[in-house]
Every structure is written in C-alpha cells, then in structure tokens.
Design a protein around this ligand. Structure first.
Ligand code: COA
Length: 331
C-alpha cells in the first residue's frame, strides 16, 4: 500500500494584465458589473506566439525546483487542457519535448475545468498500482484567443484568462500523508450548455466560412444553468469524499475550489459551512483559467503559507461536460 504525495507545485501566468476597464473598451460591459457578478478584477492574456506548452514548461520548472528534482526523474506526464496548442497531437507531447524528459508517456486529459482533478485521479491510480513513481500533472489554458470579443460573447469574455499550474506527484510509503481519495463524475446530457460547437470532425468540412461568420468557434454558455449545477455539484462531491473517508466538513483545513466565479465559490463555502480562512480564492487576479485554476491556486497557497504538514486539503471542480470531482489530500 502506498500513497501519492504532492512533492512540488508551480505556476506561470502571462505578464500581460487585462483589466475590467480594458475589456469595457472592447465590449459593452463595466468594471462594476464584472466585479459584482464574478469577483474578477483582472486576468492575464498571452502575447501572440506564446504556446500552452511553453507556459506548462515554466510552471513545471517551478514545481521541479520546489520538489528538488530534475526533469529526467519524471516517469509520466498528464496534461489537462481544453485549449490544446493543436487539434492533435496533444499538448502533453510538446511539453515532453520541451522538458527533455525522455521517452515517457504523455497523456492529455479533456475534462475542461475538472481536468486537474480528473488528472489527479488517474495519476493517483497509476502511482498506487506501482506503475509509476513520479508523475508530472499540469493544467494549462489559453482561453483568450478563443473568446468572442463582441457584445454577443461578453458573458464569457469577462470570465476567462490564461495560465498554467503544475504539480510533481510522487509515490510515498508514508500512509499518514498524500491523496486519500478522488471522486469524479460526468453528465453528458448537459454537454451543449457550455461548449465550442466547431471545428467539429463530423461536419463537412469541419469548419466552414458560415461557422466562422456565426461564431460557432467561440465558447458558448448558458450561464445560469452552469451556475445552478456548479453550486450543488461541488458541495455534493466534497461531502461524498468526506463520507468515504469517515471525515466531516469541520476536518477540512483548506478548500481550493475551481475558480469559476467568486459567487460560485462563496456559495460552495456557505453550503459546506466553512469560514473564510479555510477557503483559497485568487479569481480576482486571474479570472477562470479552466484546468489551470486549481494548480495555480495550490502553488499560491503553498507560497502563502496556507498549508501545513498534516492539514486536510480539499480540491473540488466543476465544468463543461458537465464534469465535476473532488480530492482529499493529507498535506
Ligand atoms: N457585462 C455586462 N452585462 C452583461 C455581461 C457582461 N459581461 N454578461 C451578461 N450581461 C447581461 C445580460 O445580457 C443580462 O442582460 P438583460 O437582463 O438585459 O438580458 C444581464 O447581464 C444578466 O445576465 P445573466 O446571464 O442573467 O446574469 P447572471 O447574474 O446569471 O451572471 C454569469 C452571468 C455569467 C456571471 C453567471 O451566470 C455565471 O457566473 N455563470 C457561471 C459561469 C461559469 O462559471 N462558467 C464556467 C464554469 S466552469
């Protein structure tokens, strides 16, 4: 019996800060509306030419430094993204190439905002089964280039940002520490509530001039539906995890919820009856970076001294699919 411990964390966000006021100069919105409805003050957007693999590499370098490890010690890469650098191959192989990590497997995970928790679930199973000792888990997203920066897309345009977060996971025989459990779910009947319609392989051709004119290549969302499901699924799956481990909400020392919208996180916090000091949010500075929100927040929480040996850390996510999940980790 062995467990998965988080040996190192890291993150990278682009230097370019896009404020709410800057967005209000492009689309019909306002700083006041965005802050009030989402809690977001600013987000980061990549400069042209920067790839997801490059951002993932920077986050990985920081995580390896913290772990005191070299790229050559990694046995496998799991990379979560909904905005891959290319349709195929996955961004994971580009990261593998940039890392110079040897001919190790590179698996892309497509579970949108839940990608990091899904990836952790796979990594934990690989490590506990003995297949791999050390796994690099990354969440990376370039959302800015896909956004519809017209008034029609304003609901989504104000929410999303770019960034990358990484965690180096390692096998440990110390059963007092590490991942206690992961719980993941999906419900495909809501696939079109938050999605990108095109390019789409069953289309002939997979994207047409009409698709582009209609904006089908931009993400679309029924915001209220997403909100409603997010605020019930995340508490539900946290309670599922606690119950499976014979624990209660009072045992949680730090909750890192997916940073979708501050109002969603606050509602999850209320439903779990957690005080402010037990919840970590950074959405005001980065917006929703999808698969990267949790690893970025985790790396920041570590650097802010918010986690101590023995603490019970809870991660929870919800996103397009719908997909959702939770993880409990003894720090
Ligand atoms: N700026 C200004 N007004 C905007 C706007 C923007 N960026 N986006 C939408 N509006 C307008 C709408 O057009 C609507 O106007 P109307 O009343 O004249 O029709 C009004 O604001 C209210 O829109 P509504 O969609 O009902 O607002 P809301 O309170 O539901 O908030 C979201 C919108 C997007 C902030 C909210 O639904 C949300 O956070 N949903 C979840 C999104 C999410 O987290 N997605 C990712 C999940 S992983």
């Amino acid at each position: 019996m062995r467990r998965t411990v988080i040996q190192g964390t890291g993150f990278y966000v682009p230097e370019r800060i896009v404020t709410n006021d800057e967005l209000a100069g492009m689309i019909d919105t306002s700083d006041e509306w965005i802050r009030e409805r989402t809690g977001i003050v600013e987000r980061r957007w990549v400069e042209e030419g920067v790839t997801g693999a490059e951002m993932a590499l920077r986050a990985t370098s920081m995580a390896l430094d913290e772990a005191g490890m070299e790229a050559g010690e990694i046995d496998a890469i799991i990379l979560a993204t909904l905005s891959p650098d290319h349709f195929f191959p996955g961004t994971g192989v580009f990261l593998q190439r940039e890392l110079g990590a040897g001919e190790i497997p590179a698996l892309d995970i497509r579970a949108q905002c839940s990608g990091f928790v899904y990836g952790l679930s796979v990594a934990d199973a690989w490590i506990r089964s003995g297949q791999y000792e050390t796994i690099l888990l990354v969440g990376v997203e370039i959302q800015s280039t896909g956004l519809d920066l017209t008034d029609e897309g304003r609901d989504m345009a104000v929410l999303f940002g770019d960034g990358a977060g990484a965690a180096v996971l390692k096998a440990a025989d110390d059963l007092q520490r590490g991942v206690l459990s992961t719980h993941i779910h999906s419900q495909g009947e809501h696939a079109e509530v938050l999605w990108v319609d095109a390019p789409s392989s069953p289309r002939h051709p997979l994207i047409s001039a009409e698709d582009l004119a209609e904006g089908r290549h931009h993400p679309r969302m029924v915001g209220r539906e997403v909100f409603k499901h997010a605020v019930s699924r995340m508490p539900e799956v946290v309670l599922e995890a606690l119950e499976a481990n014979g624990l209660g909400t009072e045992d949680i020392d730090l909750l890192i919820p997916h940073q979708a919208n501050l109002r969603i996180s606050q509602m999850v916090q209320r439903r779990l009856d957690l005080p402010d000091e037990k919840v970590f949010n950074n959405i005001e500075r980065y917006g929703n970076t999808t698969a990267a929100t949790i690893p970025i927040a985790l790396a920041e929480a570590v650097r802010a001294g918010r986690l101590h040996r023995g603490d019970l850390l809870c991660l929870t996510a919800f996103g397009s699919g719908f997909t959702w999940g939770s993880a409990l980790i003894r720090w």
